[in-house]
Write a protein that binds this ligand. Sequence first.
Ligand SMILES: [Zn+2]
Length: 270
Amino acid sequence: MNQSAYNFERCKLCGQPSATPAYPLHDACIYSCQNCDFHYLDVLDDEHPAPTDSQLDDTSRRYIETRLNESLNLHSERLKLVKEHTDLSSTTALDIGAGLGQFQLSINQKGGRCLGIEPSHLRRQYAAETFGIELFKELVDHPTWQEKFSRYFGLITLWDVIEHVNFPRETLHAAVKLLKPGGILSLETPSRDVAAYRLSLIAHRLSKGKFSLFLPTFYSTARYGHKQIFTHKQLIKLLNDAGLEVIELSHSYTKRLTPGNKIIIVAKKL
Ligand SMILES: [Zn+2]
């Protein structure tokens, strides 16, 4: 899909020409679909950016390492989750939005074989230098994947990915094509069902756009920033439409008193 000519009135989820600019923020606008109530920013990443000469330097390395430590716990929780549904020692897996490749590394250490896709050149470079793993830059809808890996993987994961991509429906359908029948797809994304989001919409509406409260923290116009936030119902419908059955849904990895702010899903290809 050509991102430079995209008409944001066409809903990125249901495809109907039913979306309107509903919640202007200071640097972008959240579109809302009158048909399916999907919310997304009127911003897309350039899929073919001009080549940059950015190399991994000490500053970017330090930044990456801070994030690396933050995500250590998350990776073990994610691993525990998928382990309940698939035999990691024999699985062939694909981690979409692999970041620094730690999840891929964990699967490989369990005896499985995991490949990873990561669009950020710096992260790929870090993963190669630090862990000795090669991450692929070709996105999941690229012919390399679609032609050579159709119905190939037993496990596909998208950890904090679906909110970042330009076209979530197309990304998900492309991923499902690579999954074997009976294969598992697992993902995590921020939830729009949380009180902070709902209160922010009310504040924005009542103040006629003067106060957005937490809305700007849910979205970002930065490259690879959050472009859409799902309700769990919208996400389940999207997965069902792609031929998946949701077998587990939660809002946090551990039991807690208040509801978590994530949507964590394990789904199976029919
Ligand atoms: Zn829609």
